[in-house]
Design a binder for this molecule. Structure first.
Ligand code: PMP
Length: 391
């Protein structure tokens, strides 16, 4: 027996991939040519698996803001938000996030993971109950495990199942946190938030929604699924990340509850880690301004999403349930998924290979994410790469 025995399945998979000469996990981006093109594992590719939804990673305004912050404030804060790591610009970004979401309070975290894991581990504690969508992101699962609360899962995107579970809780719903995502990361399907909000209104509890993948993508102002469904007032806490549509790294929680200011100082992933670097805060602030100023980015993103979804559908691939900037091809046989991922790379398209347990079912995914920065020609290039896969 050794500590390493439990890693044997992982060791076996790595050996299998190495023997095939395929390296899908931790593929190396050797050079970036733009937000949508690069050289990955030696192949020049269109990047179709980056979550760079608005394509802002090379936006001159963001780069200029980051460069200025780097020169004026240095490379890092070298400390926690709670100690020396709160600079004036962290507070400015919190104010801007609160204003953008039309909420009174906002917390900036060092990563999206720190935000979602931190809030889901802190809001509910021993004696409380968490009722969460079964397909919630790993960071939410990690958080609720740390919370000490009783954890109940409801069937993915099933408000009736949520209602059933809340009904069974009786008065315990007073101490209950309901957790779901706006748009789900793996299949790009959206939570039925209007129905979930109605269930919450009927049975009680507080609602936390992770809008990591829907910020800048949905709703009149780009605030996500809750805005699109007109139920923002029923969502007690919105959490999310700067690492997707805002093109940086970091995370946030916004809320109207004044207690959020106290929760901040109880959240270990806020306290026991260094705060985001000034350059990250600066580019995020610039990206948030652009997200608001240029709604046409959202339109371009959805045009590209529909072009890819419709094209893959016409080619006969089995796809995620609805058109979305996340388009996932589902594949039963994981060996085929690995082979196809590799062929796509050789044909000039980088997508994400996702295997169970990271995929929501017992199947593998070739997960594509499109960007507002993709041109229609680049989307067609991705489609052409899929078309060349052996049937
Ligand atoms: N929540 C969801 C739904 C996510 O998909 C992710 C990242 N994949 C996170 C939280 C964590 O965000 P980050 O990678 O920015 O830490």
């Amino acid at each position: 027996m050794s500590l390493f025995d439990k890693f044997q399945p992982l060791i076996d998979i790595r050996a299998e991939l190495e023997a095939l000469g395929v390296m899908p996990f931790g593929a190396v981006t050797e050079k970036l040519l733009s937000a949508t093109e690069g050289i990955v594992n030696g192949h020049r590719v269109i990047l179709a698996g980056t979550n760079n939804y608005l394509g802002l990673t090379f936006e001159p305004e963001c780069i200029a803001a980051a460069r200025q912050a780097l020169e004026e404030q240095g490379t890092g804060t070298t400390g926690s938000r709670m100690a020396n790591g709160t600079f004036a610009d962290h507070l400015r970004l919190e104010q801007e996030l609160a204003a953008f979401f039309d909420r009174r309070h906002a917390i900036v975290f060092s990563t999206g993971y720190a935000a979602t894991m931190g809030m889901s581990s802190t809001l509910a504690g021993p004696g409380d109950v968490i009722v969460m969508d079964a397909d919630s992101h790993a960071s939410l699962y990690d958080g609720v495990r740390l919370s000490g609360a009783d954890i109940i899962r409801f069937r993915h995107n099933d408000p009736d199942d949520l209602a059933k579970r809340l009904r069974r809780l009786g008065e315990r719903t007073e101490n209950c946190l309901i957790i779901t995502e706006g748009m789900f990361s793996m299949l790009g399907d959206q939570a039925p938030l209007a129905e979930i909000a109605a269930v919450k209104r009927e049975y009680g509890g507080m609602l936390l929604v992770d809008e990591a993948h829907s910020l800048g993508m949905l709703g009149e102002h780009g605030r996500g699924v809750a805005e699109r469904d007109g139920v923002e007032k029923d969502v007690d806490f919105v959490v999310g990340t700067f690492s997707k549509s805002l093109g940086a790294i970091g995370g946030y929680c916004v809320s109207n509850h004044p207690q959020l200011e106290a929760v901040r100082f109880a959240t270990r992933s806020y306290i026991f880690t260094a705060s985001p670097s000034p350059s990250v805060i600066a580019s995020t602030r610039a990206a948030l301004r652009i997200l608001q100023r240029r709604p046409e980015l959202r339109e371009r993103l959805w045009d590209n999403a529909r072009r890819l979804y419709d094209g893959l559908k016409a080619l006969g691939f089995q796809l995620s349930p609805e058109p979305s900037p996340v388009v996932a091809v589902t594949i039963e046989d994981r060996h085929q998924a690995i082979a196809w991922w590799n062929e796509l790379l050789q044909h000039g398209a980088y997508v994400n290979l996702v295997m169970p347990p990271a995929s929501p079912g017992d199947y593998a995914l070739l997960r594509c994410s499109v960007s507002a920065a993709h041109t229609p020609d680049q989307i067609d290039h991705i489609l052409a790469a899929f078309e060349r896969l052996p049937g």
